[in-house]
Design a protein around this ligand. Structure first.
Ligand code: APR
Length: 311
């Protein structure tokens, strides 16, 4: 049976997600956007590349939700991206309204789907999607850590002149300034990077990763990153659709894990056909635990400000 994935938002991230899903033949794709003609045009353009790219995925672009019915996975990328000088939190109120209205429309048509949220500020948007969809917690998951880990792995590979395939990175916390990168659990061929480079280089790579999104925005000026975010979202969809049970850092709803209660935040999870099938807990040092708590507090304060505005 063919898989079906709906991608909401046919902008830079959404269109790239649709392209990667189709080219990997992971699913037929329904691409939805509020702008008339945009998803239709992008889907048709991608479909016309199929004979050259050798895939048989079908792509449909639409402004309505009917075509999304019965999706296995829904990937939400709609919303404003950051501009130079903006934090992900600055997008909060606008994107909260957008994500809520999308989930209200998409969830009843695909009641068994797994929702992958990409829109920023990521962890808070997951909370909105969870509340709005009323899906069980394992079927709402956010793409943040998978991107941060890919950025960290890229910088580790560049620094040590090794294949990215030999690298592994470990990230916890919110997708933002307070993310918690754990160098001692980040490895090349199983060896911690703390043994492979001096501390000042580890620190520099951690900082570059934490500022990875801003670095791209500073270069582009009129948009934010799309290729790596799309790859990370598709990596998650791939693990779900193929029931691969990959362990990836994702925003998941915590109920006591890592001493965090009733909050979406990035942790290592096992992703399979049921979505978040397990949350992996590792032992943390005092310092790491404190950094994770600071990150959770930052996410919680975004959510509280939404609650105050009744959004
Ligand atoms: N319903 C459907 N689509 C919408 C809606 C809505 N209510 N509101 C906005 N959109 C669409 C826009 O029309 C646009 O095509 O979302 C798309 C967003 O695309 P871009 O502006 O290109 O933004 P992009 O770079 O793709 O980022 C989208 O992902 O990584 C995050 O921070 C990023 O929150 C941002 C999101």
């Amino acid at each position: 049976m063919r898989n079906k994935v709906t991608v909401v938002g046919a902008g830079n991230v959404g269109a790239t997600v649709a392209q990667r899903l189709a080219e990997k033949e992971l699913a037929d794709v329904v691409l939805i956007d509020i702008v008339k003609g945009l998803p239709q045009g992008k889907a048709l353009d991608l479909q016309e590349a199929a004979p050259i790219e050798n895939h048989d995925a079908r792509l449909v672009g639409t402004n309505a939700y009917e075509a999304s019915e019965g999706s296995d996975v829904v990937i939400v990328t709609a919303g404003l991206p950051r501009k130079p000088g903006m934090s992900r939190g600055d997008l909060l109120t606008t994107n909260a309204k957008i994500v809520r209205s999308i989930v209200e429309q998409v969830a009843p048509l695909s009641p068994d789907a797994i929702l992958i949220i990409v829109t920023n500020p990521l962890d808070a948007m997951c909370q909105i999607a969870f509340q709005t969809s009323k899906f069980p917690k394992n079927r709402v998951v956010g793409m943040g850590g998978a991107l941060d880990a890919a950025r960290f792995r890229s910088f580790i590979a560049m620094e040590l002149n090794v294949s990215v395939e030999s690298t592994h990175a470990f990230v916890l916390g919110g997708h933002g300034k307070t993310m918690v990168l754990l160098p001692r659990y980040s490895t090349v061929a199983g060896i911690s990077i703390t043994e492979l480079m001096p501390q000042d280089r580890v620190d520099a790579l951690v900082k570059r990763t934490r500022d990875g999104g801003a670095e791209i925005i500073g270069l582009l000026k009129t948009g934010s990153a799309c290729y790596a975010p799309a790859s990370a979202a598709v990596e998650m969809a791939d693990s779900i659709l193929k029931d691969k049970k990959k362990i990836l850092p994702c925003a998941a709803y915590l109920q006591g894990e890592y001493d965090i209660h009733d909050l979406f935040i990035g942790v290592p999870v096992k992703l399979g056909k049921d979505g978040v099938e397990e949350i992996i807990e590792v032992s943390l040092t005092e310092e790491e635990r404190a950094a994770l708590k600071r990150s959770a507090d930052a996410v919680r304060s975004l959510i509280e400000s939404l609650d105050k505005m009744r959004l």
